[in-house]
Design a protein around this ligand. Structure first.
Ligand SMILES: *Cc1c(COP(=O)(O)O)cnc(C)c1O
Length: 393
């Protein structure tokens, strides 16, 4: 039975034992290895003839429960868990390419992903074309050796919704796969596999974890692709701690509630900023004025647009620095998706590896502040920004 999203979120991954009672929360299998009675038993597990675990880098019951929840809510066939989003991203890309291949990537990406694609892939003779995937047709970027298109659901920090459906069609027409970083949207807002993507990757450090206490990554795809990523992940070795996996399972149970609240607060905050004279632009796909609002409405679930927004201050860098200083409980945090509202300054944090020219191309001005809207009462969030802005404008 294919239960509804929130029911799946709460029950998937439950482990049934053979005793009359089972722990209500999944036990943390905090072990690096398993013991066997004899060599024959180990052989049977290796050969898939008996169920069991061997060594946590190869697999752990917490990883499997987490993967079951993620593939279930994403509606993919299988999933893998890693110790960081970058591990999930780099392994997913590497599993599709070899020396001499070419990939296409969005020109606006998380700084680490941009740097990995630009610098690390080059060392393995894999070339890349960066493209404006929001405003341009990428058809002309394909070459006979293009294997992969890599994009994020919501571009960072200008918060534009990327038309995954159209890009998946174009990629497939050219024999390439589409890999999507869905960290900002989460499966509550967008399910890229249902829109045609081949692989979905997460920095689970963000909304999946949601409490600023875990660094982790997740990949969801079809069985064959997951099998290939699994083999190379075994050798690169970014194993997720079972304890961190357990924290993610705990967090996932409330994902839908949290993402709803983050999104509703972000929309109200964006509407407040839209009417403030100190602010020249508000970037949020939930605003009707956003250039990608229509696309977001078509691609996103539940009329939700996420907790992330950005603002451009008329006064540029000095005003941006002053605003960050003037805020009290809203901290300057070079990450996102925690329970409390936080700010970031992309030019010096997530995108600090970009040159001035690359920053300009990504439309990241020196007055741009990114906001991760938390779960506080919205009137408190607005009032704190209002007080801080009144001191500089
Ligand atoms: C944070 C982030 C990453 C990197 O994830 P880590 O867990 O820090 O390795 C990748 N993509 C996006 C969109 C992110 O926000």
């Amino acid at each position: 039975m294919n239960k509804r999203f929130s029911s799946r979120l709460v029950h998937l991954g439950d482990r049934l034992g053979d005793s009359v009672s089972i722990s209500k929360s999944i036990p943390i299998a905090m072990t690096s290895v398993y013991s066997f009675d004899d060599v024959e038993s180990l052989d049977r597990v290796y050969e898939g003839k008996a169920r069991g675990y061997i060594y946590t880098r190869n697999g752990n019951p917490v990883h499997d429960a987490l993967a079951e929840i993620m593939s279930g809510i994403e509606e993919g066939e299988a999933a893998l868990t890693y110790s960081s989003g970058m591990a999930a991203i780099s392994l997913s890309i590497l599993a599709h390419v070899k020396a001499g291949d070419h990939i296409i990537a969005a020109s606006v990406l998380y700084g680490g992903s941009f740097q990995f694609i630009k610098s690390e892939l080059a060392r393995f003779d894999i070339s890349v074309t960066f493209a404006d995937v929001v405003n341009e047709d990428i058809s002309s970027c394909f070459m006979p050796n293009t294997r992969l298109v890599y994009v994020e659901t919501i571009s960072n920090p200008t918060m534009e919704a990327v038309d995954l459906e159209a890009i998946a069609k174009t990629a497939h027409r050219h024999g390439a796969k589409l890999v999507v970083d869905n960290s900002f949207a989460t499966p509550v807002i967008c399910q890229p596999l249902l829109l045609g993507a081949d692989v979905v990757v997460y920095s689970a450090t963000k909304y999946i974890g949601g409490h600023s206490d875990v660094t982790a990554g997740i990949v969801v795809s079809d069985k064959e692709t997951i099998g290939r990523i699994y083999e190379s992940g075994l050798l690169f070795g970014p194993t997720l701690s079972p304890f961190d996996g357990w924290l993610l399972i705990r967090s996932l149970r409330t994902l839908e509630l949290r993402v709803r609240q983050h999104s509703q607060n972000a929309l109200s905050l964006a509407e407040y900023f839209e009417n403030h004279p100190a602010i020249s632009a508000v970037y949020y796909p939930g605003l009707p004025a956003s250039p990608t609002h229509a696309a977001a409405g078509r691609l996103f679930n539940n009329d939700l647009y996420g907790g992330m927004l950005s603002i451009d201050l008329r006064g540029g860098e000095p005003q941006a620095y002053a605003l960050l200083r003037n805020l009290e409980t809203i901290k300057f945090v070079p990450s996102l998706a925690g329970v409390s509202t936080s700010t970031s300054y992309p030019a010096r944090t997530s995108h600090r590896s970009l040159s001035d020219e690359e920053l300009k191309k990504a439309r990241i001005s020196k007055g741009l502040i990114r906001i991760s809207t938390g779960l506080e009462d919205i009137s408190d969030i607005i009032s704190e920004f209002d007080t801080a802005l009144s001191k500089i404008y």
